[in-house]
Ligand binder design. Structure first.
Ligand code: PLP
Length: 400
């Protein structure tokens, strides 16, 4: 990765694409109060702790009945799988293009990930999905980098097979499918508040669901020990039944994180709008090159990107692709070609903790030519043009 803000070949300062937006000032007051009182644990106050308020606000924003804030999206995925009560060794379909934390959550939940091919547009290959569905026990769809797979087909096939769907919407806050909020389509939706996501708390996650019993099991397992479940308003009856019947994995969020997240929720719509504008501006410019292609969104999808992915198309060798990465870096822009970046956590063949990983030629081919560049919503038009020009120049030099 190139250090950001470095001088590029042209002598100009390349935009810093890693720093997040400042946290809204309203967080400061809440944090100072928490520091002064020392009240950092979500269950100390009888009610209305910052974590409980975040859950209520997030559920309302998403139109979901229940929300449970936890320590990360990975924790939310793990708890969702546990709360589904899947038997040990259950097979869980996942896209072969996702972050290593996703198969890890499946393994952590004592289940077996079954990888499904992903196409050149970064979305699930529906023929491979349909072929692998028989014999599966659950479906976990990662909307990787916020690219939504065909949720109509996924839900129709999964419903017909009686399989629950978990949506990994780590990167999809604000994304819509047929006008529905991504993360509310499956049985459970999981989101991340890690710093490179639309809402930044450093770390953190949340799950949402309309399923009262699933929510209750997740609350208990997240660490609502003894009668702390009473501090989850609206859950009470279903929660009581599970007290002491489930293990406590203690994956709670703390109040300071909630204080950082809550004032960012009103910023989501603006960040979505700006992120999409930024993405589409750079996409239009990159698509002018015969060697670069940004795949179209699916027609029912309204995206909320904070990064851009594009494919090297045409006669690119691995060497030329690496040259492109190096030339972009010389111009101050960090590009990762997923499959060519050493040890990349998004390349399935690096998930050695799974043992023998089957080959998935279609996903492999995509990863070898798919490029990833961060594009946070706060970037200005001249910064976007700097990035687009650097990438276009790098492509020209790398593949003359
Ligand atoms: C697609 C996807 N799912 C899940 C996660 C895990 O999120 P967290 O870091 O909050 O555990 C990530 C992290 O980047 C991700 O990209």
């Amino acid at each position: 990765m190139a250090p950001d803000g470095q001088i590029s070949l042209s002598g100009a300062i390349a935009p810093n694409v890693y720093d997040a937006e400042p946290i809204p000032a309203a967080a400061m007051e809440a944090i100072q109060q928490l520091l002064a009182s020392g009240d950092l644990f979500r269950y100390t106050a009888a009610k209305d702790s910052p974590v409980a308020l975040l859950e209520a606000e997030f559920a309302q924003m998403m139109g979901a009945r229940f929300a449970l804030a936890v320590s990360s999206c990975s924790a939310a995925l793990f708890l969702s799988l546990k709360a589904l009560n899947l038997p040990k060794g259950a097979k869980v379909l996942i896209p072969a293009f996702t972050f290593a934390a996703v198969p890890s959550a499946v393994v952590h939940a004592d289940c077996i990930p079954v990888m499904v091919e992903v196409g050149a547009n970064y979305r699930l290959d529906m023929a491979d999905f349909a072929a692998k569905l028989p014999g599966a026990d659950a479906v976990l769809i990662s909307h990787m980098r916020g690219h939504t797979s065909d949720m109509d087909a996924i839900m129709a096939l999964s419903d017909a097979a009686g399989l629950p769907v978990i949506e990994d919407a780590a990167h999809s806050l604000g994304t819509q499918w047929q006008g529905r909020k991504v993360g509310t389509i499956g049985r459970v939706g999981c989101f991340s508040f890690q710093s490179y996501k639309l809402v930044n708390a450093g770390e953190g996650g949340i799950l949402i669901t309309d399923d009262a019993d699933l929510a209750a099991r997740a609350v208990i397992m997240s660490g609502a020990y003894e009668e702390n479940w009473k501090k989850h308003p609206g859950f009470a009856d279903s929660l009581c039944a599970w007290q002491n019947k489930l293990p406590l994995y203690n994956l709670r969020l703390q109040n300071l994180s909630a204080a950082v997240i809550r004032p960012q929720l009103p910023e989501v719509d603006r960040r979505v709008r700006d992120g999409l504008r930024n993405h589409d501006h750079v996409a239009r410019r990159l698509n002018q090159s015969a060697h670069l292609r940004v795949p179209d969104a699916l027609p029912p999808e309204r995206r909320a990107p904070d990064s851009i992915q594009f494919n090297l198309i045409g006669a690119w060798s691995d060497e030329a692709a690496l040259r492109f990465q190096a030339e972009a870096k010389l111009r101050g822009i960090s590009v990762q070609v997923f499959g060519l970046s050493q040890g990349n956590a998004r390349a399935f063949w690096n998930w050695q903790f799974l043992g023998d990983v089957p080959d998935l030629p279609q996903t492999r081919a995509m990863l070898m030519r798919a490029c990833d560049v961060r594009l946070p919503a706060r970037l200005r038009i001249e910064e976007l043009d700097f990035i687009a020009s650097a990438l276009l120049d790098a492509a020209k030099v790398a593949l003359p």
